[in-house]
Design a binder for this molecule. Structure first.
Ligand code: ZN
Length: 292
């Protein structure tokens, strides 16, 4: 099976690190990722630079990666202002986000799910020529509310479908959901909305993410997020572990006989480069950051 991997190091990986990585270093990592054969990169987040200084150079990263051949670039935006900035910067595909948990939505986005979805609907409608995808954070488990009912998850999926989005990411933000429960919810929404495309964003708190990947592929999911070096937690999801590591994912997929188009040797060089850059970049005070 051909599996698509989106490397989210430059966004999800870096926005939780208490360092600011310089733009040229980010571009170097993007280049190394592309050279390793990674075909999708989540490169930035258009959020308040005062709140998230790690992402203050989002527009420059978009510009600096525009010549990367064969790479689909996406960036995150959380509201109308972020979407407008992303569109102005020339982001080819914008990912918007809502949380499936009311308590997480309040903590992470400072607003209720209903308000977030209502304003996103207006914001997306303002940009008919832009391609959007939607990520649903805490799709299965919330640090505050516990288990998210699959009916609740379906409500979110349908809200995004109603504003024209076909491409939906389901995030196990805490990384603690068992593979069986992830797949129970996934099967439920695949059944209810079979014509949408789903991808998984897994954190790996309990080392179970690869088991989930295996079951998800059996269920027809062919796209996964991962981050170089497994970086990225979530300050608004207490206890959230890092993302599934791209190296681990690629190694696993190849062992299972799947194709990724990624060269493990070159990937391991990109990973070392990414970790070196994080370790050598200037430290900042950590802020409370919006996540996925
Ligand atoms: Zn993540």
């Amino acid at each position: 099976m051909k599996i698509e991997i989106t490397d989210v190091f430059l966004r999800d990986g870096l926005q939780d690190e208490p360092v600011v990585v310089a733009t040229p270093d980010k571009l170097k990592i993007a280049q190394a990722s592309a050279a390793a054969g990674i075909q999708r990169l989540e490169i930035a987040s258009f959020v308040n630079p005062k709140r998230v200084p790690q992402m203050a150079d989002a527009a420059a990263v978009v510009e600096g990666t525009s010549s990367l051949a064969g790479v689909r670039r996406t960036a995150l935006a959380l509201n109308g202002q972020g979407i407008s900035r992303a569109v102005a910067a020339g982001v080819p595909e914008v990912q918007i986000v809502a949380s499936a948990s009311q308590a997480h939505s309040n903590a992470n986005a400072g607003s209720t799910i209903q308000n977030i979805l209502a304003s996103l609907a207006t914001d997306v409608a303002r940009h008919p020529d832009t391609q959007f995808m939607a990520g649903i954070s805490t799709a299965f488990t919330c640090p505050f509310e516990g288990e998210i009912a699959r009916e609740q998850l379906l409500l979110l999926v349908r809200s995004f479908k109603a504003i024209g989005i076909r491409d939906i990411g389901l995030a196990d933000t805490l990384g603690t959901t068992s593979p069986e429960r992830v797949m129970n919810s996934v099967a439920f929404i695949q059944d209810a909305e079979p014509e949408l495309t789903y991808y998984l964003h897994l954190h790996n708190a309990q080392g179970q993410a690869l088991d989930t990947v295996k079951l998800a592929i059996e269920a027809g999911i062919t796209r996964f997020d991962a981050a170089l070096g497994g970086l990225g937690g979530c300050p608004f999801a207490p206890g959230a572990a890092g993302n599934l590591s791209t190296g681990d994912l690629v190694e696993f997929l190849h062992r299972e006989g799947h194709e990724t188009g990624i060269d493990p040797e070159a990937l391991s060089q990109a990973t070392s480069m990414a970790l070196d850059v994080v370790n050598s970049s200037p430290a900042i005070q950590t802020n409370a950051l919006p996540i996925h």
